[in-house]
Design a protein around this ligand. Structure first.
Ligand code: 13P
Ligand code: SF4
Length: 345
C-alpha cells in the first residue's frame, strides 16, 4: 500500500488532538505516527466492508482513531449481532471476538491480537461447568460473558456486568439456587446485593480478574480526606471489601453514565486505566484522580496490528468456533438479550 497523503495525515493528527489525545499527553510525533496508520486502516476498512468495534479499555488512539462503535461487553455484543458489514475487526480480547463470531457465524471475525485472553475466561473449562452442574442439578447456570465459547455452550444464560443483577434476580423467581461462574468476586458482590449466601443459594467458581482483584480498600479513606467530595466508582469485578466503601459499583457503561449524570469535584474510576482516559476525553470539564491498572490482554491490540490483519490476515487472526458449540452458546447469549431487555426488575 502506498504512503498516505501528507494532508490526510495532518488532518487526522489534528482530529486526534481535538478528541483530547494531546491533553492525555500524546506528543505531536506520536499523533502523526498514529494518524499515518489510521489513514491506511480506514482505506482498507472501507475496501473490505469491515466494521471495527472497540472496547472501552483499548488504547486511546484505537478508540478515537478507528472505532465504528465503542462500548462495554454488552453494547459491543449487541451491535455486532446487528451489523451488516462483511467483516468484524474486533479491538478487544478473545472472548469478545468469539461472542461476535457466535452471533454472526457467516462473517469473517478478526482479532488483531489472537493471544489476547482474559484471566477469567482462562479460569474455567466446559468440563468444569459440567461437573458443577452435576453437583447442583436443576440450578440454572448464569455465566459471565468473560468465558470461552465452550463454557458459554454449557450455560443457560450469559450475563455481563451491565445486567448480572437484573438477570439473577429474575432467575431467583423460579429457582432457590443459581450457579454463577466464573468470577468469584463479582459473585460475592451479587450475593451481597441480592441477599444470598455463597455456597448455599449462589454457587460460585474461583476465577478472578487479574486487574480488578488487585485493588484494595486501604487507600480509599486517605483519598476521601485529601479530596473532599470525591466520587469513587469501582467495577463490579472488584472485591466486596472495596465495593463496600465506594460510592458506585457497576460495569464500565454504568460507570460512564454515572460520571455523565453527576457533578462531583473529583472522580476516581477504580478499574482498567483505559476507562479513565476515555472519561477524560469525553468529559474534559471534570477532574479524575488516578487509581487504575493496565490489562495486558486489552493492551495487546495496537494500530500496527489492526493494519496487519486488514492487510494480510493470518489463519490465527480469524476467529473460528465449532458449529455445535456455536449454536448452544448462541442460545445462552440470546437468552441474555431477552432477559436483559424484557420488562420487570
Ligand atoms: P465491561 O462489560 O463492564 O466493559 O467489562 C469487561 C471487562 O473485561 C471488565 O474487566
Ligand atoms: Fe479479563 Fe480483567 Fe482484562 Fe477484563 S480487565 S479482559 S476481566 S483480565
Amino acid at each position: 500500500m502506498s504512503e498516505p497523503a501528507r494532508a490526510a495525515v495532518e488532518a487526522e493528527a489534528a482530529r486526534l488532538s481535538s478528541k483530547g489525545l494531546s491533553d492525555l499527553g500524546y506528543a505531536d510525533a506520536e499523533l502523526e505516527r498514529a494518524a499515518r496508520l489510521i489513514v491506511r486502516i480506514k482505506e482498507l476498512k472501507a475496501q473490505k466492508n469491515a466494521v471495527i468495534p472497540v472496547h472501552v479499555y483499548q488504547r486511546p488512539e484505537v478508540i478515537h482513531g478507528i472505532a465504528d462503535f465503542v462500548g462495554d461487553s454488552y453494547k459491543l455484543s449487541k451491535l455486532c449481532s446487528e451489523t451488516k458489514a462483511a467483516a468484524i475487526v474486533f479491538c478487544g480480547v478473545s472472548f469478545m471476538a468469539e461472542t461476535a463470531k457466535i452471533l454472526s457465524p457467516d462473517k469473517t471475525v478478526l482479532l488483531p491480537a489472537p493471544e489476547a485472553g482474559c484471566s477469567l475466561s482462562e479460569s474455567i473449562t466446559a468440563a468444569d461447568i459440567r461437573r458443577v452442574k452435576a453437583r447442583h442439578p436443576g440450578a440454572p447456570v448464569a455465566t459471565y460473558i468473560n468465558t470461552t465459547a465452550e463454557a458459554k455452550a454449557e450455560s443457560d444464560v450469559i450475563v455481563t456486568s451491565a445486567n448480572a443483577g437484573r438477570i439473577l434476580r429474575k432467575l431467583y423467581r423460579d429457582h432457590r439456587k443459581v450457579v454463577f461462574l466464573p468470577d468469584k468476586l463479582m459473585g460475592q458482590n451479587l450475593a451481597m446485593q441480592l441477599g444470598k449466601t455463597p455456597g448455599k443459594d449462589i454457587i460460585l467458581w474461583k476465577g478472578t480478574c487479574i486487574v480488578h482483584d488487585n485493588f484494595d480498600s486501604a487507600s480509599v479513606g486517605l483519598y476521601r480526606r485529601m479530596y473532599p467530595g470525591v466520587m469513587i466508582l469501582a467495577h463490579s469485578e472488584c472485591s466486596p471489601g472495596l465495593v463496600s466503601v465506594v460510592d458506585f459499583v457497576g460495569g464500565t457503561g454504568d460507570m460512564m453514565r454515572f460520571v455523565e449524570s453527576t457533578d462531583a469535584p473529583f472522580y476516581m474510576l477504580v478499574t482498567e486505566c483505559g476507562l479513565g482516559e476515555l472519561a477524560r476525553t469525553r468529559f474534559p470539564g471534570k477532574r479524575f484522580l488516578p487509581m487504575c491498572r493496565l490489562c495486558p490482554y486489552m493492551k495487546a491490540v495496537t494500530l500496527e496490528r489492526v493494519l496487519a490483519v486488514l492487510e494480510k490476515p493470518s489463519a490465527a487472526d480469524a476467529v473460528e468456533v465449532d458449529p455445535g458449540v456455536q449454536d448452544r452458546a448462541r442460545k445462552a447469549i440470546e437468552r441474555m438479550f431477552e432477559m436483559a431487555e424484557e420488562g420487570g426488575k
